[in-house]
Design a protein around this ligand. Structure first.
Ligand code: V47
Ligand code: SF4
Length: 380
């Protein structure tokens, strides 16, 4: 009898997915708690192929974390350093420009810039990072600073985040990365990062960015103290904002890496299992019906799980990356860099068609050692 009721429930969800109808909060929790991985993967794959066909996207990018000194103490973070800690660093202007030069030399189309909220650096220092890189390499797309950083800049200056975003856009900001979202629900957020921008502020800042014509990404940090209901609540809050603005491009589920973190140490939380990684990918694809892309960030998932994710809802595998600190400080054993040939091979081996994209999801056309943005790719 129980089995019969469960089969019926899954059938109803399947009918909704096939008809392109929206899944509810209860559907989402049910998918996490009751549905086996393969049934989930098959459903998610349906949506993934409806939106992106057989393509799997990658990009050529580099990361820049210009400082790791941070006033906050999120207990899942192994990247941050105290002001006086020997681990702390602040890059010079020359180091910042050198990183951009290296990205340009390698043919990168994107520089992903995030970092700590330094106790003593002024607002102008963060603005200068964007200005310096944009002036030296105007073609390089700058995906810079999370909502938590924008919120910090507003606290530093007493200005509105909208005003600050507009000033950065003028200085060369191209889009916003999806970090800082963690888990929106206060039952969890208050335990893992109580001081930084709360859910309403995170969402407001992305709304403002979208209204200014900037696209952004969204993330969710899973596999620590949260429960399925917190994850579904998180996804629904993102889906509601996307209904309003349509400004999100990609959702990236981020698996918690416990090494060198307070949360990992105090509660002995292990890394999420492969099963939870793939389930989260699939449930995200199913709940976020209005997000065009779901990204399997290989640095965090590991290359093998990222490759499998391409059959569990993901259509994007992120980029070459090159300099990554946040996950490697927290125990990631992924390499620092994947070459384009390696990314393409991973994708082809998974039975997908590799396609290089730029940050705003245009096809990248490479000719005679130069690149240009080609046609726009799927955005629904
Ligand atoms: O906000 C920090 C997470 C995020 C840990 O927009 C951790 O394209 C796991 O947002 N274990 C920053 N996660 C990274 C990020 C991102 C990455 C790739 C692509 C994009 C994009 C965005 O990393 C933080 C936090 O949620 N994080 N420490 C940790 N120990
Ligand atoms: Fe600071 Fe970001 Fe780490 Fe939190 S996650 S401690 S805000 S660097």
């Amino acid at each position: 009898m129980i089995q019969e009721t469960q089969d019926r429930r899954l059938l109803i969800i399947r009918e909704k997915v096939e008809a392109g109808h929206r899944l509810s909060f209860d559907d989402g929790v049910y998918l996490y708690e009751e549905v086996d991985l393969f049934a989930l993967g098959e459903l998610a794959n349906l949506v993934r192929e409806r939106k992106n066909g057989n393509f799997a996207y990658y990009n050529v990018n580099t990361h820049l974390n210009a400082t790791n000194v941070c006033v906050y103490r999120c207990n899942f973070c192994a990247f941050r350093a105290d002001l006086k800690s020997p681990k702390g660093y602040v890059m010079s202007d020359e180091q910042v420009v050198a990183r951009a030069a290296e990205a340009d030399r390698r043919g990168a189309t994107e520089l992903h810039i995030v970092g700590g909220l330094h106790h003593q650096l002024p607002y102008e220092w963060y603005l200068n990072v964007v200005k310096l890189v944009h002036q030296a390499y105007p073609k390089l797309h700058l995906k810079a600073y999370t909502a938590v950083e924008w919120d910090w800049f507003a606290r530093l200056t007493g200005r509105s985040t909208r005003d600050i975003l507009a000033e950065f856009k003028e200085a060369g900001l191209g889009s916003l990365p999806g970090g800082g979202a963690e888990i929106f629900h206060p039952e969890v957020r208050d335990q893992i990062c109580e001081h930084k921008a709360d859910a309403d502020n995170w969402l407001r800042i992305h709304r403002e960015a979208h209204e200014l014509g900037l696209r952004s990404n969204a993330t969710m940090l899973y596999g620590h103290i949260e429960e399925p209901r917190h994850r579904i609540d998180h996804l629904i809050r993102l889906r509601e904002l996307q209904d309003e603005t349509g400004g999100f491009q990609t959702f990236i589920p981020l698996a918690f890496h416990p090494d060198n973190t307070k949360l990992g140490h105090d509660r002995s939380i292990p890394k999420p299992s492969g099963l939870l990684d793939l389930k989260t990918m699939a449930v995200s694809r199913l709940m976020l019906d209005n997000f065009p892309h779901i990204k399997a960030y290989w640095v965090m998932l590991g290359i093998k799980t990222a490759q499998l994710s391409l059959s569990f809802g993901a259509d994007d595998i992120d980029g070459t990356v090159v300099h990554e600190k946040i996950y490697h400080d927290a125990g990631s054993d992924s390499p620092q860099e994947l070459t384009v040939a390696e990314l393409r091979r991973l994708i082809e081996e998974a039975g997908r068609v590799p396609l290089e994209r730029d940050t705003l999801y245009h096809e990248v056309v490479r000719e005679n050692g130069a690149w240009r943005a080609g046609k726009a790719l799927a955005t629904v």
